[in-house]
Write a protein that binds this ligand. Sequence first.
Ligand code: ADP
Length: 403
Amino acid sequence: MDSSTPADVVLVLNAGSSSLKFAMYASAGALAWQAVARGQIEGIGSTPRMIVKAADGSLRPVPALASSVVDGRAALAFLVEWLNEAFAGARIVGVGHRVVHGGPDHSRPVVVTPAILDELRKLEPLAPLHQPFNLGAIDAVAQRLPGVPQVACFDTSFHRGQPAVAELVPLPAELRKGGLQRYGFHGLSYEYIASVLPDIAPAIASGRVIIAHLGSGASLCALRDGRSVDSSLGFTALDGLCMGTRPGALDPGVVLYLFQGLGMSAQEVETVLYKRSGLLGISGISNDMRDLLASDAASARLAIDYFVYRAAREIGALAAVLGGLDAIVFTAGIGEHSAEVRGRICEASAWLGLQLDRAANDAHATCISAPGSKVSAWMIPTNEELMIARHTGRLLGLVGAKP
Ligand code: ADP
């Protein structure tokens, strides 16, 4: 162990269908966690490869992965072995997981027990593309790191406690029994932003704020006094804004048409809704906003126009929910990096009293609205992994936990 290797670390895992993202945190004093390394194994099941960045963002050399890394369990085994070698002497004292679905009752993270795991497995039908992989990582850690406590942090928790009308799916009661309601997602990102607002923007922290999480997945959250009162994502992560490959809100009749009019199978419809629509579907070019911004094609411009249009429209809807608006916060890949998209959404929201400071926006400043703007606008990088590390530390009683 070299002198920079920390003794006790928390491992944060975000397991998907073909990738395993991870971050390692060490205690950095009484109230803080410091990222030691972060990275991912991607291409699991096809051509797996690992990327790791050190705390300063520099790439760390890593061994090539054998094609035997065919599933999440094998990826986790490889990761643990590599961590043991690269950070020899460090002790993993807790593992925090991103778990997409906590169901209607979990309004905060929990320490994983066999009973909790059984309960979370019952939610798999509500998030079949994510939940099984999240829980698979918990199983794999229990096998590879027996005795190390694990914490499940849910993307849905932050939204619990919303008014009944915000959670309602207005279908017959007997159909709603199995958990058919609006849950909202991206909760760890929203919780992180809400946690830093009192320091970064104290004047708005207890006000009416819309956070725009604009990444591959995109959604909005309406906050009042730091708590979620509504969100643009609902029962699944398909609702609301236009996303990289998902369409956002659709007339449900469109889905009926795909089945009845075009004779598609359930599997085909699922693929259209999750993988072929949104920015990719509109443009026919790419799901990546960078590619579209760089393209001269009319279809790329239309995709960006729709992305902005839909975001501005949903901001108006959530401003109505909040009874007015004090601020908009942009975060995630597009929200943090694209001055053009941020600027256009702000300009489309000028009717709310938002006056953009173009120079500040172009410079990716934290505050991007003009002095005196009635509604202020902000760019704040999100940090879901840090949020998970904080929760894990707090629940396990580890030093470094933020109270
Ligand atoms: P994920 O949901 O995969 O975590 P991110 O929050 O990393 O997504 O956002 C990914 C998206 O952010 C990319 O698909 C890309 O469209 C967008 N993005 C990243 N950097 C830029 C940039 N400089 N300009 C415009 N868009 C960007």
